[in-house]
Design a protein around this ligand. Structure first.
Ligand code: Z5A
Length: 213
């Protein structure tokens, strides 16, 4: 059967379990012989991964929020051109760990940049490309940060991982506001549950969609 290739993104604050669950979605698709690739932002190609390092690695020199925003869209432009669009064109589904909702959440709500600036870049870089489905894994900030932070010592944390509770609170609120504004595309998954329960919620969302059949 010829299914239309779908572009699915995973979002949420750090530590909610995006990386854990994206692998599971890949297994679900593979079980149905749906050709797909798993990728991430910022990054997903050798060049975009270099841009990721510029944006994430903590450095002595300040990276102004606008420069951070431009790096996110520079990486996205490379990723769209070299991975996402070619995959969708040949019928491969794309599972992407973060996309432009993260820009609204982190550079918009987190860093305080105007959403209008983000919208302009979104239009320029993506034209009409938007995710078909976004799974927003949601958990209280303190739970998610605790999960993420046991993994890395303070000096090994990147520029985002060094941010404080209030920053992630703003990021989470913006994600939830976007989900409320676009309930068809952005589906909220309760990630404050054991990984197997999160998995079941995701499976239900995907299996209820007609795309999988
Ligand atoms: N960023 C941005 O600012 N603007 C943009 O436009 C884009 C990104 C695209 C890198 O993202 C940074 O880029 C990100 C925002 C910024 N920084 N932050 N924060 P990333 O996705 O690469 O980094 P991350 O979000 O920090 O990933 P993460 O910490 O790996 O989180 P995760 O993928 O959501 O979680 P995980 O690795 O699957 O799980 C974390 C731990 O919790 C791990 O030990 C698991 O075994 C455990 N886990 C997972 N699920 C559960 C459940 N359900 N219960 C208990 N424990 C669990």
């Amino acid at each position: 059967m010829n299914r239309v290739a779908r572009f699915i993104t995973m979002e949420g604050i750090e530590g909610v379990g995006k990386t854990t669950q994206i692998g599971f979605i890949g297994q679900l698709l593979a079980a149905r012989n749906i050709s797909h690739c798993v990728t991430r932002e910022p990054g997903g190609t050798p060049l975009a991964e270099k841009i990721r390092s510029l944006a994430l690695v903590a450095d002595a020199e300040t990276l102004p929020p606008m420069a951070e925003l431009l790096l996110m869209f520079a990486a996205r432009s490379v990723h769209l051109h070299n991975v996402i669009e070619p995959a969708l064109k040949v019928g491969r589904w794309v599972l992407c760990d973060r996309f432009t909702d993260a820009t609204y959440a982190y550079q918009g709500a987190g860093r305080g940049l105007a959403p209008e600036s983000i919208e302009k870049l979104e239009q320029m870089v993506q034209a009409t490309r938007r995710p078909d489905l976004t799974l927003l894994l949601d958990a209280p900030v303190e739970i998610a940060l605790e999960r993420a932070r046991v993994r890395r010592a303070e000096q090994e944390r990147d520029r985002f991982e060094r941010e404080q509770y209030e920053f992630f609170k703003r990021v989470r609120s913006l994600y939830l506001a976007r989900a409320a504004a676009e309930p068809q595309r952005i589906r909220v998954v309760d990630a404050n549950a054991p990984a197997t329960t999160v998995r079941m919620q995701i499976q239900e969302i995907l299996e209820l969609s007609s795309w999988m059949y």
